[in-house]
Design a protein around this ligand. Structure first.
Ligand code: PLP
Length: 410
């Protein structure tokens, strides 16, 4: 008989739950399902030929060196290439000691948790926000305090009031976690005024801002917004970027830029996890950036994703029943749908799956479990021909459910 180890698990492990998105991603592997669920790039967006060429050149030029262990902070060539690129695309200067390479922004979130969070600490997050971030922070037994996300990003009045409220009871707010540009899951962005105000609020209450920025380079229309880090005068913004959405998530390469003390602690926190990020992947990314492949590639995928976004928005407009509303993202990967009050996106998901179409339920992104009538659609992964068909199937499911609930005339 096998032992049951559950009584041996740590308190931390006992609190772990399976991520709904990870579970849902399994659905995308089912044949003939149209999945708008995972936040996946289009497989057609991966630069296979360029990567093949770069790998061959690396083996030729550097041989086994690129297969060796590397330093925990990351390959020098990649950090240099990234600093130059961040100066150009995000408008801030940083030095080599201000940047650490991680195995994906997911690891960055985990390292931030390790370095900053004690049990019972408060973290301020959006409602809704990226589920795997709150899961990472919860692993350190932190408490999530949420602030509504609106059309122009986080509600700053609410944020100020929320901070005052928490401070009246305790002083342990560690940071405000924001995805200011093309937020996951809503696709909305924090306005320039909102960004300035956020910095002022953080300054006034002496809090850090964790700026998670996987999507800002995927802008399809509208004015570019300054990164919060570019307006940071006193080093309170910890900036996170990743190549997952603009190059390939399978390489697992991301970065954190922050004050030296923070980065040094993150290096120490990363060492026991994996010693270093995969060296070959870092060299591939370094060459991809330094040799100028990245800009034309991003240009290409912007066009590809703009077309997909427009196909989805058009299908939504044509097919969704009245009473269903959605965001109009200027970039990123997601459209956020709100069903009429009284609808439940979980029960409609079961029906959608029988119709072979999938999405992510919105309440998964709300730390307090609200948002029952909301859902997230990814528009970058499905084939163009499938988008219209998938939205049509979803619209039929929602229309039927609304009729069953007597909600069709709102
Ligand atoms: C807001 C946000 N942060 C972090 C990540 C994780 O990215 P990575 O692939 O770099 O781990 C994602 C991925 O979807 C994301 O949407």
């Amino acid at each position: 008989m096998k032992i049951s180890p559950s009584h041996l698990f740590s308190e931390r492990a006992k609190g772990m739950k399976a991520s709904e998105i990870r579970e849902l991603l399994k659905l995308t592997e089912m044949p003939d399902i149209i999945s708008f669920a995972g936040g996946l790039p289009s497989p057609a967006a991966f630069p296979v030929d360029a990567v093949e060429k770069i790998v061959a050149e690396l083996m030729e030029e550097k041989g086994g060196y690129v297969l060796q262990y590397g330093t925990t902070e990351g390959v020098t060539a990649l950090r240099k290439a990234l600093l130059a690129r961040l100066r150009e695309t995000q408008g801030f200067e940083a030095s080599m000691e201000n940047i650490i390479i991680t195995a994906g922004s997911q690891q960055s979130l985990d390292l931030v948790g390790k370095v900053f969070l004690d049990p019972g600490d408060n973290v301020i997050v959006g409602a809704p926000t990226y589920l795997a971030a709150t899961n990472a922070f919860r692993l350190f037994q932190a408490n999530m305090e949420s602030v509504p996300i609106e059309e122009n990003g986080m509600d700053m009045d609410y944020l100020e009031e929320k901070i005052r409220q928490i401070e009246r009871h305790s002083k342990s707010i560690k940071f405000i976690y924001v995805i200011p540009t093309f937020q996951n899951p809503m696709g909305v962005s924090l306005s320039v005024e909102g960004r300035k105000r956020l910095l002022n609020i953080a300054r006034e209450h002496d809090l850090l801002i964790l700026e998670d920025d996987p999507y800002s380079e995927l802008r399809y229309e509208g004015e570019k917004l300054p990164s919060i880090k570019s307006m940071d005068e006193d080093g309170r913004v910890v900036y996170m970027g990743t190549i997952s959405k603009v190059l390939a998530p399978g390489l697992r390469i991301a970065w954190v830029v922050g004050e030296v003390d923070i980065i040094n602690k993150m290096i120490l926190a990363k060492q026991p996890t994996d010693l270093c990020t995969n060296t070959l992947g870092q060299h591939i990314a370094a060459k991809y950036i330094a040799e100028g492949y990245i800009d034309p590639h991003i240009e290409k995928i912007r066009k590809m994703y703009l077309e997909k976004r427009d196909l989805m928005l058009k299908a939504l407009k044509e097919k969704m029943p009245e009473g269903v509303t959605w965001t109009n993202p200027e970039g990123g990967m997601f459209i956020w749908l709100t069903l009429p009050e009284g609808m439940n996106a979980r029960s409609t998901l079961e029906k959608a799956i029988t119709e072979k179409v999938a999405y992510v339920v919105g309440d998964a992104f709300f730390p307090d479990g609200t948002g029952k009538n909301t859902l997230r659609l990814n528009f970058t992964n499905a084939d163009n021909e499938k988008i219209d068909e998938g939205i049509g199937r979803l619209a039929a499911v929602f229309r039927r459910e609304m009729a069953d609930k007597g909600l069709e005339n709102i």
